[in-house]
Design a protein around this ligand. Structure first.
Ligand SMILES: NC(=O)c1ccc[n+]([C@@H]2O[C@H](COP(=O)([O-])OP(=O)(O)OC[C@H]3O[C@@H](n4cnc5c(N)ncnc54)[C@H](OP(=O)(O)O)[C@@H]3O)[C@@H](O)[C@H]2O)c1
Length: 337
């Protein structure tokens, strides 16, 4: 396999690049920075025609690439429509156009998110995408648009792999990024502040670890997935409450998870008053009714999530943070802003 990973310098893309290299594939990693921890780094931009590659680079990529992974764009829940749609929608459109120019393309994989389903009602399987849902933020809508575009190209060998939140120590090393997504709650909880969750977080959050997620993408390239959609999450199905508890454990902190009655504006306001990250308030009750049998559509054997990846996330955060006082100061600044 000669794999081109678009966004391969990021959290998930790096783990995918490492898994591909371990499997013996030749790997090229494209991003705006051009950095690569595994494989060869190439500077490019998915929003530009032909990914913004130089003529020489373009010729090499065209003749050599057999497999492509779409793993670009941040997971920020707070980005505005311009940034999100440019990356996830226009970027996906131009990446799909690029696939048409690859004479030896055998399989591409689009990394999607369960959040593309937004506030869907009813049981979700791998078939559903638009169910009349509303979206909590532009990120969800961007991921919806990207998957829609992929589904609308039946002539291309592109499959979809959906994940919920992905955790674990960053494969690039360093402190886990707590600026976006679910990890935004960690500094807040570790600093001793409460989070309001329906059923005190006793509902699945479809989480997985970065290593098993990367193995699933590799399997999708290698099997190959074809035009199918797969959904992967840790089969042990940790609840949101358990995730918070396990990430806080290495700090000796028991997270303050407060019961939030069916979430309404009032609970939301209380949460925000005590500093709960505003974006998290939208995820304080069960996110979607996912059919757990979707896992069975992934050919076995399944990868085994790293044991204690939640604790390891907390450890990695601890190694890169001065003290709980630093966290408290950060959480307070956030609450006041
Ligand atoms: N992390 C999760 O929990 C999770 C869960 C489900 C799905 N996903 C999906 O997985 C993908 C990667 O997520 P991540 O957590 O790895 O994000 P990340 O760490 O922010 O990585 C994003 C990657 O995309 C690159 N990128 C951004 N804009 C680009 C552009 N215009 N052209 C080329 N490359 C660009 C970034 O590099 P440069 O900034 O240098 O360009 C980086 O390599 C996203 O599509 C996300 O929706 C993630």
């Amino acid at each position: 396999m000669n794999v081109l990973i678009l966004g391969g310098s990021g959290f998930l893309g790096t783990a995918v690049a490492q898994a591909c290299v371990r499997s013996g594939a030749t790997v090229r990693v494209l991003s705006r920075s051009g950095r690569a921890t595994a494989g060869e780094g190439v500077r490019g931009d998915v929003r530009l025609p032909r990914l913004g590659l130089s003529a020489a680079e373009l010729a090499r990529v065209r003749t050599e690439t057999t497999h492509v992974v779409f793993c670009f764009g941040s997971v920020s829940w707070t980005s505005g429509p311009g940034e999100v749609l440019e990356t996830h929608s226009s970027g996906t459109r131009s990446a799909l156009a690029f696939l048409r120019e690859l004479p030896h393309l055998r399989q591409a994989v689009h990394v999607s998110s369960l959040l593309a389903l937004g506030r869907s009602e009813g049981r979700i399987t791998n078939r559903e995408l638009y169910t009349g849902q509303r979206f909590r933020n532009w990120y969800e809508y961007g991921k919806y648009c990207a998957e829609r575009l992929v589904r609308d190209t039946p002539e291309l060998p592109v499959g979809v792999v959906r994940f919920g939140p992905v955790l674990g120590p960053d494969p690039r090393g360093g402190r886990p990024d707590t600026r976006h997504g679910l990890p935004m709650a960690f500094p807040h909880l570790l600093a001793g502040y409460p989070v309001h969750l329906a059923r005190r977080g006793d509902f699945p959050c479809w989480i997985t670890d970065v290593s098993s997620a990367a193995e699933i993408v590799l399997k999708a390239l290698d099997k190959p997935i074809g035009r199918a959609t797969w959904t992967w999450f840790d089969p042990a199905l940790p609840t949101l409450g358990e995730v918070f508890t396990e990430v806080c454990r290495p700090w000796g902190v028991v997270p303050k998870i407060v019961e939030a009655a069916p979430l309404g504006r009032f609970t939301r306001l209380i949460g925000e008053r005590v500093g709960t990250p505003r974006e998290l308030a939208d995820y304080a009750e069960p996110w979607l009714d996912l059919d757990v049998d979707v896992l069975k559509e992934i050919p076995e054997p399944w990868p085994v999530p790293d044991p204690d990846y939640l604790g390891a996330t907390g450890e990695a955060l601890r190694a890169g943070t001065a003290s709980t006082e630093t966290l408290r100061a950060g959480a307070e600044k956030r609450a006041l802003s």
